[in-house]
Design a protein around this ligand. Structure first.
Ligand code: IFM
Length: 797
């Protein structure tokens, strides 16, 4: 069953049935001011941090789902009826209530039609502003005059600290003070305390937000939630909306809300429009300034166009046209958009992530930049600088970097027990990718402080990352897993060892050697080569289990991912990383990929391990705590799907790489959305595998490394457009039935139009490359031959 469709021209996903299996969300704003909005106008808004800057309340995981939000209620004074512009919260029967939600890039439009009144709200955050703008339109489609009132509704957090707001009620129920001042509501918390602009994390300080109406008269207000809703009522039937009359209440203590009543007297065919502006700052100051900025709807519409332009110009840096429409819309809009949003909010702002893990999780956020380097190069460089300054002088990393409270050189280094083994090894994927994209070799020479003490060049940071692991090898000479090694559930003990990180370390050493050669540092290159030989020797002696690679050794020698194990016999990561890191020879590649296909692949993607842990004690592997088939316990952990695609592509198996891509592409499930349940336009962290009764259901949409790796695997390994320092390397690995396809890409300010021809229907192999009419040798398009605009023809064969 489908609930919507892709409008590729407008880069929108259109939900024409609002009764979606779960709420389907979108994001507004920037890292300075962000919003989560659902197809039923649910969600919340925050300043800088969803945890410390949350000013709209969201009780997570409650019923009805995703309430409250940014509601617009309509009351018909003659018919004594009321509804909401979004289907929920009033929830009129869908036989009489038509509703469409258009989730676009940085904006969401929700429109409805009920009893010959059409209404529409477009929500967005104007570029550079710390407030939301809602463009509201109401039209009388009737032949009679209609007397309506429209009511806004937002519910305020009593304290910007999300947790305090929801649980510290003996305090926070006394500190909110919400007052209407003409057409602007001032939502104050702790208003008698000073504001502390330099101490964002201090929750006990004076703070204000505003909600303003621009372009319409206001007839009344309510700022006290209980006065607006009435006792024993819900958002579905607030007393004020039912009666059609505000009570002009003041939200002093208890729960504040932002309600304005806007009377609308509409002649037949008449439409009225106005704006709601809601954001950070006091009514008298920032509120008034916002109204002055947007004193007409036209100005807001212009600002909305600018938001679209900003997003679209970023997304335009890479586009494809293949025979697979789902592949195209994923790569042209939704994957890069997903990557940009994930890069912004890491794992700290959604309807699942409530900000409890506030800030940028180290390993996740380092990987996230791989999806953004070609879209927002400058911001990517900034993010890399920030993350490198989150590395500590031991070479390990802070677990989380908080951009709003990060003081390089002064942060406390983690204790020995707190380090994860893989954190800084992801820098070997992210940093070179940025340098290859930008061509800025000097980035390696830039000096960046460590989080705790001292500083080094980026090259020096990379060396310390390697040293960190080399100094922590276990009894088999493989890297110790420490607190965790990407898989947060393996309980290896400090001295337990991980083959996955061994492959990562191998990749790091190869990459370091290449950078050392580039920077003319032969001693460093030789050092890396020698260390690589030792690592390879230890892998050869200790990581192979006979038919596939082991996953790990616990501190006492117990194996994970071995034929000896009844549960968790085989894990995906070491198999695919043995290929990604270049370790596995052709025979091993064939063997491990076969095992992955036979033991781990499902219709919905590849499981992270199998069989699930049921009997194994949770002190051995915490995955046992999860139901079989979910998350790290033999679930389809989508973060890893890109790696499986890459491994198949590197081995030359285009059909299989594509099959894995299709199995995990969200759009594949548009017509069976009742199975996947989550948004068909974005990735999810995990999908229930065949070991779960909810096989195929995906969970935790949007914020996942799945977006980055899937996008990376598709662009660099299926389409094979690989930026390298010298130019672009072309190395596609595609499904054999693709006869023709094309890519357009901006690379270092040059435009590339790449047309692929595959007359022999091969999966891999570049027969010839023609650049602007000249035939090139090999698979490289050198930088110096590129003009501003380039026509490139690739013939496969
Ligand atoms: O790799 C981790 C990630 O950092 C947080 N979520 C779970 C993943 C796998 O355990």
């Amino acid at each position: 069953m489908r609930f919507g469709y892709f409008d590729n021209k407008r880069r929108e996903y259109v939900i024409d049935n609002p009764a979606t299996p779960r709420s389907w969300t979108n994001y507004l704003g920037s890292t300075a001011f962000g919003s989560v909005i659902t197809n039923n106008a649910g969600g919340y808004t925050f300043y800088k941090s969803a945890a410390q800057g949350r000013f709209l309340r969201m009780p997570f995981n409650s019923v009805p789902m995703d309430q409250p939000g940014r509601y617009l209620y309509l009351h018909d004074h003659d018919q004594k009826d009321f509804w909401s512009n979004s289907w929920q919260p009033v929830g009129k029967p869908l036989s009489a209530f038509k509703n469409i939600c258009r989730h676009g890039t940085g904006y969401t439009t929700i429109a409805s039609e009920y009893k010959k009144i059409s209404s529409e709200a477009t929500y967005f955050v104007p570029n550079g502003k710390n407030y939301e703008c809602w463009i509201v339109k109401v039209k009388n489609e009737d032949t009679k005059h209609r007397q309506l009132s429209l009511f806004t509704y937002v519910e305020y957090a009593s304290n910007w600290n999300a947790q305090d707001d929801l649980i510290n009620l003996q305090y926070t129920q006394y500190i909110v003070n919400v007052q209407a001042k003409g057409n602007i509501i001032d939502h104050g918390t702790n208003i008698n305390l000073p504001e502390l602009p330099d101490n964002f994390e201090e929750k006990d300080q004076g703070r204000h937000t505003f909600l303003a109406i621009s372009g319409a008269l206001v007839k009344g207000h309510d700022t006290d939630r209980e006065a607006f809703l009435g006792p024993y009522r819900t958002y579905a039937n607030p007393i004020v909306v039912e009666e059609g009359q505000c009570r002009n209440s003041s939200g002093v203590g208890d729960n504040g809300c932002g309600v304005f009543q806007v009377p609308l007297s509409l002649a037949p065919g008449e439409e009225k429009s106005f704006l709601v502006l809601m954001g950070v700052g006091a009514a008298d100051k920032e509120g008034k300034a916002a109204v002055a900025d947007f004193d007409t709807v036209e100005k807001a519409e212009q600002a909305l166009e600018e938001v679209k332009q900003t997003w679209h110009s970023q997304l335009n840096n890479f586009s494809v046209d293949t025979p697979d429409e789902d592949f195209n819309n994923f790569l042209n809009t939704w994957a890069p958009y997903n990557c940009l949003i994930t890069n912004s909010w890491s794992r700290a702002a959604s309807l699942i992530y409530n900000g409890e893990r506030d800030g940028l999780g180290y390993r996740d956020s380092v990987q996230d930049v791989m999806g953004t380097a070609h879209l927002i190069p400058e911001a990517t460089r900034e993010r890399l600088r920030l993350m490198l300054s989150g590395q500590v002088s031991t070479g390990g990393a802070l677990p989380v970097v908080k951009p709003f409270a990060h003081y390089p050189g002064k942060m406390q280094a983690p204790s020995a027990e707190e380090y994860r083994s893989d954190d800084c090894l992801w820098l070997f994927n992210a940093v070179p990718l940025y340098v290859q994209e930008s061509g800025e070799v000097d980035f390696y020479k830039e000096v960046i402080p460590y989080a705790d003490q001292g500083e080094d060049t980026v090259f020096g940071h990379l060396r310390r990352a390697i040293m960190f692991n080399l100094e922590r090898l276990g009894q088999h000479g493989l890297p110790c897993g420490l607190l965790a090694d990407w898989n947060d559930c393996l309980e290896l003990g400090q001295a337990g060892e991980t083959t996955f990180v061994a492959f990562q370390l191998r990749h790091a050493l190869i990459t370091y050697q290449e950078i050392a050669e580039l920077l003319a540092a032969p001693e460093e290159a030789a050092w890396a080569k020698t260390e690589l030989e030792k690592v390879d020797q230890n892998i050869a002696e200790n990581a192979w289990d006979g038919e596939w690679f082991l996953r790990a050794y616990r501190h006492d020698g117990l194996k994970f991912g071995s034929q000896e194990n009844e549960e968790g016999k085989i894990f995906l990561n070491p198999q695919v990383w043995s290929i990604i890191s270049g370790y596995a020879d052709a025979q091993q590649q064939e063997k491990v990929l076969k095992q992955v296909r036979e033991q781990l692949a499902t219709d919905f993607g590849v499981m992270v391990c199998a069989p699930p842990f049921v009997k194994t004690d949770y002190t051995v592997v915490r995955a046992t705590l999860m139901n079989p088939g979910m998350k790290e316990n033999a679930g389809i952990f989508n973060h890893t799907q890109g790696w499986a695609i890459m491994a198949e592509a590197l081995a030359g198996n285009g059909d299989q790489a594509y099959a894995y891509f299709k199995a995990t592409n969200p759009a594949t499930y548009n017509e069976s959305a009742e199975v996947r349940e989550c948004e068909p336009y974005v990735v999810c962290q995990s999908t229930h595998s065949k070991y779960s009764p909810k096989y195929g259901a995906s969970r935790l949409p949007w914020l996942s490394g799945a977006a980055t790796w899937l996008y990376y695997a598709a662009t660099q390994h299926i389409l094979g457009v690989q930026p390298v320092l010298e130019g672009i390397k072309i190395d596609p690995c595609i499904p054999a039935h693709w006869k023709e396809f094309s890519v357009q890409r901006i690379f270092r300010d040059k435009t590339l139009h790449i047309a692929y021809k595959n007359p022999e229907q091969v999966q891999k192999g570049v027969k010839s490359i023609e650049l602007n009419g000249t035939t090139l040798q090999g698979q490289m398009i050198p930088m110096e031959l590129l003009q501003d605009t380039n026509n490139i023809i690739i013939t496969l064969g």
